[in-house]
Design a protein around this ligand. Structure first.
Ligand SMILES: *Cc1c(COP(=O)(O)O)cnc(C)c1O
Length: 394
């Protein structure tokens, strides 16, 4: 099997698995208990907090453990909205291609009376900082823009947006779930006030993540019931997963330069090979993208069928097309960069990791070429395109 869906989830590293097991076996006490066995768990928890904080340039007390990226996004946005409401500031700036954990939270706030400005991400999938600046108003209580997009991998000008938010005194939240562990992220140099991350996107366990909230940012109490996580999220901490998350992150960071250079080289070979397919197009900027992300549209086919046939050939990939997401609309991300419905339906995302080999890359290119050609042979849309009844878009 060739696993090319690392943006959906990653395989846990051996270090993460071993850490999870050893902590579960040896330090299973309650970190809130005062006897030594509990305190051993507490030490592990606080070491993980310190290690994670160090990776992103934060202080340990600014790290709050969560159940993952979605929870961190919800918590950050709802907290900023609660503060905004107190001050009569009920306007939020975000982008059109955020993850649903952000967009659906914003939709909920809209129903509660907030005004939401969703910035254009243009055809290259990148927000323009000056447009963030123009969107900020006196009543803006939050700017939330993702670090890197989960579908098309484009990396946003976070540092520039952060500087604008600092200057205008508006809190800045960043969904960095696709970035942390893959590209360098630093909350100080990027002027970030809140940041979400998730362990299962960097070879840690599922169901655990963290929210960074800069000292002075007020968080709401997400769960009541205890003093854990500075009273913001009650409940006995998931110590084995948290420890595994910290170890996984440190491991990725230790090899980040070498790993990302290799993966990016493989990515570029995939892009080069797949570009040879007629009537295809790369989605998102060719350069400002995550090292492991390849995303294409192929005209005249359905992404679903492509995925199933690639699965038959042992390739795990993903698509922004309809039925995979259980709705009739294609990916909001592809629509946001201006792909029309028909074209957006024929999309393929390959998100590769460091285990990929030269042979894998060749095999993927060959397979996608063959499968696209095969599917076009059956496609009524393709027939109309070839006969000139419909015009090619790509
Ligand atoms: C995966 C992902 C999330 C959700 O994280 P979970 O830990 O799965 O809840 C949020 N944002 C982005 C950009 C993601 O890729």
């Amino acid at each position: 099997m060739i696993y090319a869906d690392n943006a959906a989830t990653t395989k846990m590293s051996a270090t993460a698995v071993n850490t999870m097991i050893s902590v579960a076996e040896e330090a299973w006490g309650n970190p809130s208990s005062l006897y030594a066995h509990g305190q051993r768990a507490k030490e592990i928890l606080e070491k993980a907090r310190g290690d994670i904080a160090a990776v992103i340039g934060a202080e340990p007390r600014e790290i709050y453990f969560t159940s993952g990226g979605s929870e961190a996004d919800n918590q950050a946005i709802m907290s900023a909205a609660a503060e905004g409401r107190k001050k009569g500031k009920m306007h939020i700036v975000s982008s059109a291609f955020e993850h649903h954990a952000v967009l659906h939270t914003l939709e909920k706030l809209k129903k509660e009376g907030f005004e939401i400005t969703l910035l254009d991400v243009h055809s290259n999938g990148i927000v323009i900082p000056s447009e963030v600046e123009s969107a900020i108003r006196d009543d803006t209580c939050l700017v939330t823009v993702m670090y890197a997009n989960n579908e098309i991998g484009t990396i946003q000008p976070v540092k520039e947006i952060g500087e604008i938010c600092r200057k205008r005194n508006v809190p800045f939240h960043v969904d960095a779930v696709q970035a942390v562990g893959h590209i360098p992220v630093n909350v100080i140099t990027d002027s970030i006030d809140m940041l979400s991350a998730s362990a299962h996107k960097f070879h840690g366990p599922k169901g655990v993540g963290f929210l960074y909230a800069k000292k002075g940012i007020r968080l709401s109490n997400l769960i009541e019931g205890g003093a854990q996580e500075r009273g913001k999220r009650a409940g006995t901490e998931n110590v084995p997963s948290i420890a595994a998350m910290a170890e996984a992150l440190k491991e990725e960071i230790a090899k980040i330069a070498e790993k990302s250079a290799y993966i990016a080289k493989m990515r570029d070979r995939l892009i080069c090979g797949l570009s040879e397919i007629p009537h295809s197009a790369l989605n998102g900027d060719g350069k400002k993208r995550l090292p492991g992300n390849v995303n294409f549209c192929f005209e005249g086919i359905e992404g679903e069928s492509l995925l199933l046939l690639l699965d038959d050939r042992g390739i795990c990939a993903s698509s922004g097309s309809a039925c995979t997401s259980g709705s009739l609309d294609p990916s909001h991300v592809l629509l946001a960069i201006g792909r029309v419905h028909d074209v957006a339906h024929g999309s393929l995302r390959l998100s590769i990791g460091e285990e990929i080999t030269d042979a894998d890359v060749e095999y993927i290119i060959k397979s996608v070429k063959e499968v696209v050609e095969y599917l076009r042979g059956f496609s009524p849309i393709w027939r109309d395109l070839v006969s000139g009844k419909k015009e090619f878009i790509l």
